[in-house]
Design a protein around this ligand. Structure first.
Ligand code: ADP
Length: 451
C-alpha cells in the first residue's frame, strides 16, 4: 500500500505543474491528467498482456513492439522526472494518435483504431482546455485525409479490411470527424463556463478574505478601545476615591463640629451633600468592580451548583424567610467552571428575583440546568413584577435601572456585571418576561475543557 502511495505521489509531482497549484481550470486539468496516467499504467497492462500473448501466437510482431513501446511511453510520461507537464501531455496525445494509426493499419478500418482516433481528439480537448479549441478537430481531419491518401495509394502493407474504396473510408471516418466536431464545439463551451465559475469563486474568496481581514481589524480595534475604556474607568474611579474620601471626611467633621451653627436649611443642605457623597462613593466602587470584571485569573474547578444554591440560601436566610421565598432546583450538576464569576451570576439573578417580587405574592424561583453537546444551559424563573420587552437590552447596561431608589434599592450594576462575566466565559445571557407575571433569565456557558 505504501509503495502504491509512493508511486502515486511521484506521478502527481511529475504531472502537476508546481507553479500552477491554484483553483484554476489548468490546475484541475493537470490533476485529471496525473490521475489518468496513474490509472492508465495498471489498466494498460490489462490490454498489453493479452495482446502480447495473441501477438506472439499470431506472429503480429509489429503490434507487439508497438504495444510494448506504448507501455514504456506511459511509464516515461508518469515517472521520468525533468519533463515539463506540457511535453508529457503532448507525448500522451501523440501516443493516442499512434495507437489509432497502428490499430487501423494492423486490425483494419472496422477495428478499435477509430475509437482511439476519437479518443485522441477528446483527450486533447480535456488536457489542453479552452486553448486552440478547434485544433483537436483539425488534427483528426488531417489524420483522416492523410490516411485516406495512404489507403488510396496503398502506401502501407495493409490489413485486408483496408481494401476499401476511398469513398468508403470517407464515409467511415466522417463519423469520427462528426463526433470530434461535436465535442470540440461543446467541451470547450463547458470548460469556459467552468472557468468563469471558478474565476468568480476565487474573486469571491479573495473579497471574503479581505472582508474578514477588515472585520478582524475592526474587532481588534474595538477590543483595544474596550481595554482602554476599562483602564480609563479603573484609573478614574480609583483616583476619584481619594478626593471623595476627603470630601466625606470633612463633611463629617462639619456635621460634628459646626452643626450648631447651621440653621434648618443649612442642615438640610449638609445632609444632601453627605448623601450625594455616599452615593458617589458607591458609584465609584461599582465602577471599579465593573472595570475589574471579565479578567478571569482563577483556574477552572468543579463547581457544585447544588452546593452553590445551598450556600446562597444560608447567606440570604433572613430575606428568604422574611419574604417566604421558595427556591426550587432539582439536582443541579457539578460543572467545570470558574467559581467566582459563576457565583456572582447566580447571586445577581437570584437577588433580583427576590427583590423584584410582587406585593402579596410569595416569590417562587425555579432553577433548571440542561446539558447540551457543547454547552450548559441554565434558566432562572421568577413570579415577580416582570419587565416590559422594550427594556430587555437596557437592563444589562451599567447603571440602567427601571425603578427609582425609593421603590427598589440598587445601583443598576448586578446584571451588567453578570453579562460581562458570562460573555467573558464565552456564553450568552437573555430573558423572557411578562409584566405582572414574572421573568425568566437564561444563560449558556460553553463547557470548559479539562486542562
Ligand atoms: P439593580 O437591581 O441594582 O437595579 P440590576 O443590574 O441587577 O441592577 O438590574 C437592572 C434592572 O433590571 C433593575 O433595576 C430592574 O428594574 C430590572 N430587573 C432585574 N431583574 C429583574 C427581575 N427579576 N424582575 C423584574 N425586574 C428586574
Amino acid at each position: 500500500m505504501k509503495l502504491v502511495q509512493k508511486l502515486r505521489l511521484k506521478v502527481l509531482n511529475n504531472c502537476i505543474d508546481p507553479k500552477k497549484v491554484d483553483n484554476s481550470l489548468e490546475y484541475w486539468s493537470n490533476v485529471l491528467f496525473a490521475r489518468s496516467i496513474f490509472a492508465l499504467v495498471p489498466l494498460s497492462l490489462l490490454a498489453v498482456v493479452p495482446a502480447i500473448i495473441v501477438c506472439l501466437e499470431e506472429e503480429l510482431y509489429n503490434i507487439l513492439i508497438f504495444d510494448l513501446s506504448a507501455f514504456i511511453s506511459l511509464i516515461i510520461i508518469g515517472f521520468v522526472p525533468g519533463i515539463s507537464v506540457k511535453v508529457r501531455k503532448i507525448i500522451l496525445i501523440s501516443l493516442f494518435f499512434m495507437i489509432a494509426f497502428v490499430f487501423l493499419n494492423e486490425l483494419g478500418v472496422f477495428g478499435p483504431g477509430l475509437v482511439f482516433l476519437l479518443a485522441s481528439s477528446v483527450v486533447m480537448m480535456i488536457f489542453f482546455p479552452t486553448k486552440r479549441v478547434k485544433l483537436p478537430f483539425i488534427l483528426t481531419l488531417i489524420f483522416c485525409i492523410l490516411y485516406g491518401v495512404c489507403i488510396h495509394y496503398k502506401v502501407f502493407e495493409i490489413h485486408e479490411s483496408m481494401n476499401v474504396p476511398i469513398m468508403a473510408w470517407v464515409a467511415i471516418s466522417s463519423n469520427v470527424l462528426f463526433l470530434s466536431a461535436l465535442f470540440s464545439n461543446q467541451i470547450p463551451f463547458l470548460f469556459s463556463r467552468l472557468e468563469s465559475t471558478i474565476e468568480e469563486q476565487s474573486k469571491l474568496q479573495i473579497s471574503l478574505i479581505a472582508a474578514n481581514k477588515e472585520l478582524q481589524a475592526s474587532i481588534d480595534q474595538i477590543e483595544k478601545k474596550n481595554i482602554e475604556l476599562e483602564q480609563f474607568a479603573f484609573v478614574a474611579s480609583h483616583d476619584l476615591q481619594e478626593p471623595l474620601r476627603t470630601v466625606v471626611s470633612f463633611l463629617g467633621k462639619i456635621n460634628k463640629d459646626y452643626k450648631d451653627q447651621f440653621d434648618e436649611k443649612g442642615l438640610q443642605y449638609l445632609n444632601f451633600a453627605s448623601d450625594g457623597a455616599i452615593r458617589m462613593k458607591q458609584v465609584i466602587l461599582d465602577l471599579l468592580f465593573y472595570s475589574r470584571t471579565g479578567n478571569i485569573t482563577e483556574d477552572a474547578v468543579d463547581v457544585d451548583l447544588d452546593l452553590l444554591i445551598q450556600n446562597y440560601k444560608l447567606l440570604r436566610y433572613s430575606i428568604i424567610s422574611e419574604k417566604s421565598v421558595s427556591i426550587k432546583a432539582d439536582h443541579l450538576p457539578v460543572i467545570l467552571s470558574f467559581k467566582s464569576p459563576l457565583t456572582h451570576v447566580f447571586h445577581s439573578i437570584l437577588d433580583n428575583a427576590i427583590k423584584y417580587s410582587q406585593d402579596g405574592i410569595d416569590p417562587i424561583i425555579q432553577i433548571v440546568a440542561e446539558e447540551r453537546d457543547m454547552e450548559w444551559y441554565f434558566s432562572i424563573e421568577d413570579n415577580g413584577i416582570g419587565i416590559e420587552a422594550e427594556y430587555f437590552d437596557k437592563i444589562f447596561i451599567i447603571f440602567q435601572r427601571l425603578h427609582n431608589q425609593g421603590d427598589y434599592g440598587g445601583t443598576g450594576i448586578g446584571l451588567s456585571v453578570a453579562k460581562k462575566q458570562i460573555e467573558s466565559l464565552g456564553g450568552k445571557i437573555w430573558l423572557e418576561s411578562v409584566p405582572g407575571k414574572g421573568s425568566k433569565f437564561f444563560f449558556s456557558l460553553p463547557k470548559t475543557k479539562k486542562q
